[in-house]
Design a protein around this ligand. Structure first.
Ligand code: ADP
Length: 578
């Protein structure tokens, strides 16, 4: 970019060159005119110098004519005329070197000495002619002799005249040449200054062109930037809208805001939103950003939480209000859920503590019931009271089961976490229930398609408890299920890529439809109160999740299937085993 100082310099230079060119042009013209005038004057003067020689020559011819006439018949008049001619000739001769024209001629032809000789001769001839007597017989001869004396003067004048003419012509030629040369210097200067001016104009035009190109480039870049900005504004997940505070109309909105803009002008929810933003903007100073958080009731009745900022902007040449809002409804709901979850967590902690504390009184009650039963037996024969005490004992057992489950549920998942063999853990869990299954005539089988060293990470005893829970559930399902088919529970352990699958499948008739949707929720059970707690599957899901896995339950033909998916780590156990 050219700085303003440089531009001023260029303008000064250009102005200087224009003035110089103009002055040179005028000077050249004036010089030409004056040269022409001077040349004409000089030529005229030089011609006059030839004229002087010509007149002298003419006078000599007239004198010679007078000599000739007088020589034929000498008379007084004739001699007088001759004297007069000689005098005129004598007066003309000094003009050849002593007049303006003669001096000019003298610079070229040095004839002064010769002419002065002839002046003396003419003086002598004049003196002698004045002494001549027309009656004298020698006069004619003497006149002829005198005439002969002046003859070389004729040649001198003739050659002077010729040379003067030749010189005139030479002079004329030189003048003509000279007249052309003086104009060359200013012409060259004029040309140089003109060329410099043209060059300057060209450079400036080029600079202007470059600047224009840069300007156009910048303009197109600005256009592209505007396009990008528009695209960005359109694609941001926040609602951006511009409101004219004069009449509360929306003058611009992006695609995210389109869902919020009210189509009906008299929508009270929308009016409240716009009014709220406008009032908030008034409270803020000028073009500073202000922040707002408000609820907007949409025409369909849905309440939307909005949070964002606003600012006064110059839009379509007038101050308007730019609103940038984010729909925080989901965040707000999530916040509420987190609060609820936090409350539940506290409740869970309390429940774990209560479960722990309840264990003591339950043990005492259990012992007291057993003692009471023993003491009462000899007195009452035991029957009716014993039944009651048995019921108390059974209820205490149930309460203990619940507290045990709750305690397990509430244990910190990170305790004693380590890699363990998945297959061993499953087989171990199966071992716990083998006797139970045999007595209920249920065939329990395992299909292990993974090596023993296939490891998973977590708390092994908790995981074993999960498998035990699934197996016990299957066992319990047979109690209410159809009795007409061979009872079988099959456990499959297999691996796919970097995950392991444990499937527990039975043919006990399947999960009751009313519980299927909330199978893993705490306290969801179909079992009688003295048997089921509804915490088994919920605990299972919690344990599996802590191990980075998932558990699903589904009904299959004739029964139910529970599938646990877990991340595996073969390498670690292999090294350990080695
Ligand atoms: P609980 O066993 O104490 O009832 P769970 O959370 O372990 O609690 O089980 C919840 C319910 O899921 C059970 O009451 C039962 O109705 C159902 N259920 C679980 N496993 C099976 C199964 N294999 N077949 C049929 N129903 C099942």
């Amino acid at each position: 970019m050219i700085s303003s100082r440089n531009r001023r310099t260029i303008w000064l230079l250009k102005g200087g060159l224009i003035v110089a060119s103009f002055v040179l042009f005028i000077t050249t013209v004036l010089l030409y005119v004056s040269q022409a005038q001077q040349g004409a004057l000089l030529t005229a003067t030089v011609r006059s110098s030839g004229w002087v020689a010509y007149q002298a020559r003419l006078e000599l011819l007239k004198t010679e004519a007078a000599f000739a006439r007088t020589s034929v018949i000498p008379t007084e008049d004739g001699l007088r005329t001759l004297s007069m001619r000689l005098e005129i000739l004598r007066s003309r001769l000094p003009l050849l070197y002593n007049s303006d024209e003669g001096r000019l001629l003298r610079g070229v032809l040095d004839i002064q000495p010769q002419v002065q000789d002839y002046e003396i001769k003419v003086d002598r001839v004049l003196d002698e002619v004045e002494t001549l007597d027309p009656e004298d017989g020698n006069t004619v001869r003497r006149l002829q002799e005198l005439q002969t004396t002046l003859e070389p003067l004729g040649q001198l004048l003739h050659s002077t005249l010729m040379q003067s003419v030749a010189y005139n012509q030479e002079l004329f030629r030189r003048e003509k040449e000279l007249a052309q040369t003086p104009g060359v210097v200013p012409l060259v200067l004029l040309f140089i200054s003109g060329a410099a001016l043209a060059l300057l104009l060209f450079l400036q035009a080029r600079g202007d062109r470059l600047r224009l190109d840069q300007l156009m480039e910048a303009q197109s870049a600005l256009g592209a930037m505007e396009e990008n900005l528009r695209a960005v504004i359109q694609s941001v997940p926040a609602c951006m809208l511009v409101i004219d505070p004069a009449d509360d109309t929306v003058t611009f909105f992006n695609s995210s805001a389109a869902a919020f803009i009210s189509t009906s002008a008299d929508d009270p929810g929308w009016q409240r939103l716009v009014r709220g933003a406008r009032d908030a903007a008034r409270a803020v100073n000028g073009n500073q950003w202000g922040y707002l958080s408000m609820a907007y009731t949409r025409p369909d009745g849905e309440v939307v939480s909005l949070r964002g900022s606003f600012c006064e902007v110059l839009w379509q040449q007038r101050p308007q209000l730019l609103l940038v809002l984010v729909d925080t409804t989901r965040v707000r709901n999530a916040e509420l859920q987190v609060m609820q979850a936090a409350k539940l967590a506290t409740l869970g902690e309390m429940a774990t503590a209560i479960a722990h504390e309840l264990n003591q009184p339950l043990a005492v009650i259990k012992m007291a019931v057993a003692n009471a039963k023993r003491l009462l037996e000899p007195l009452t024969g035991g029957e009716p009271v014993a039944v009651k005490l048995d019921r108390i004992s059974a209820q205490v057992d149930r309460a203990k089961r619940i507290t045990d489950q709750v305690r397990r549920y509430g244990r910190m998942p990170t305790e004693q976490q380590q890699l363990f063999s998945l297959r061993n853990a499953v087989e171990m869990a199966m071992g716990f229930v083998t006797e139970q299954f045999r007595s209920a005539d249920i065939r329990l089988s395992i299909q292990a398609e993974v090596p023993p060293e296939l490891a998973v990470f977590g708390e092994q005893t908790m995981f074993e408890q999960v498998i035990v829970n699934l197996l016990v559930n299957a066992h319990d399902a047979f109690e209410s299920g159809p009795a007409n088919r061979a009872r079988a529970v099959r456990v499959t352990v297999r691996s796919e890529d970097d995950r392991a699958r444990v499937e527990v499948q039975d043919n006990a008739g399947g999960i009751a439809p009313e519980i299927l949707a909330r199978l893993f929720e705490p306290f969801a059970t179909t079992k009688p109160t003295e048997k089921g707690t509804g915490l088994g599957l919920s605990l299972a899901r919690s344990v599996v999740r802590d191990m980075g896995g998932s558990i699903v339950g589904e009904n299959i033909e004739n029964g139910a299937r529970f599938v646990i998916s877990l991340p595996t780590s073969i390498a670690f156990v292999s090294r350990d085993a080695a």
